[in-house]
Design a protein around this ligand. Structure first.
Ligand code: B4P
Length: 190
C-alpha cells in the first residue's frame, strides 16, 4: 500500500493535482473538503455544524474530521493506497492519522508540500469564488483562512519534516508542470 499526503495552503492546488494523481497512480482520493461540502449540501447534522466554521474561514473541529477519515479508511480495506487531500490540517489530526495507519501497518510514505506565494493564493481563490460561488472564497474569508493556515496548519509541515517524510514542490507554474514534479517524486518512491 502507498499512502500520500498532499499538503499546502488554501488554493495551493491540492484538489486540482489530486484529480491527476488518482488517475495515474490508482490511489483512493480522501478529500476532507469534498466530504464536508457534500455533508453541507445535504444539510446533514454534521454538515450544518461544519458550515458554521467553513463560512468563517475556520477549520472544522478535529474530532469531527478525524471521525470522517476513520470511516473512509474502514470503507476501503483493499486498495493500492490513499491520497489525503486537505488532511491533516492540524498536528492533532496528523497524530491521529499516524495512529489509524499504524494500527493497519500501512504508514504515510510521503508528504508532498505545494509552495505558493500568498499573492498567488489570493488571486486563485478570488477567481475560483467568482466561478464556483463557494461561500468561503470571498476576500474577507480568504484572509481568515490564510491566517488559520499559518496558526494551525503550517506546523504540520514541521511534524512530517521531523519524520523525514516532507518533500517541498514548487506549486506555481502550469498544472502540467506541477503534476510532472509531483509524479517524479511519487514514482521514485512507489
Ligand atoms: P479544501 O476543500 O481542502 O480546499 P482548499 O484548501 O480551498 O483548496 P485546494 O488547495 O484544494 O485548491 P484547488 O485545487 O481547488 O478546504 C475547504 C475548507 O474545508 C477549509 O477552509 C476548512 O474550513 C474545511 N476543511 C477541509 N479539510 C479540513 C480539515 N482536515 N480539518 C478542518 N477543516 C477542514 O485550487 C484553487 C484554485 O486555483 C482553483 O480554482 C484551481 O483551478 C486554481 N489552480 C490550481 N492549480 C493552479 C495553477 N497551477 N495555476 C493557476 N491556477 C491554479
Amino acid at each position: 500500500m502507498f499512502n500520500l499526503v498532499l499538503f499546502g495552503p488554501p488554493g495551493s492546488g491540492k484538489g486540482t493535482q489530486s484529480a491527476n494523481i488518482i488517475d495515474k497512480f490508482k490511489l483512493v482520493h480522501v478529500s476532507t473538503g469534498d466530504i464536508l461540502r457534500n455533508e453541507v449540501s445535504h444539510e446533514t447534522p454534521l454538515g450544518l455544524e461544519a458550515k458554521k466554521y467553513m463560512d468563517q474561514g475556520m477549520l472544522v473541529p478535529d474530532e469531527v474530521v478525524i471521525g470522517m477519515i476513520s470511516s473512509k479508511l474502514d470503507e476501503n480495506p483493499e486498495v493500492n493506497g490513499f491520497i489525503f487531500d486537505g488532511f491533516p490540517r492540524t498536528v492533532a489530526q496528523a497524530e491521529a492519522l499516524d495512529n489509524l495507519l499504524d494500527f493497519k501497518n500501512n504508514p504515510i510514505n510521503i508528504v508532498l508540500s505545494l509552495l505558493v506565494t500568498e499573492e498567488e493564493l489570493k488571486s486563485r481563490l478570488i477567481s475560483r469564488g467568482a466561478s464556483s460561488g463557494r461561500s468561503d472564497d470571498n476576500e474577507d474569508v480568504i484572509t481568515k483562512r490564510i491566517k488559520e493556515y499559518h496558526a494551525k496548519t503550517s506546523p504540520v509541515a514541521d511534524y512530517y519534516k521531523g519524520k523525514e517524510k516532507l518533500v517541498e514542490i514548487k506549486g506555481e507554474g502550469t498544472v502540467d508542470e506541477i503534476f510532472a514534479s509531483l509524479s517524479a517524486e511519487i514514482s521514485s518512491r512507489m
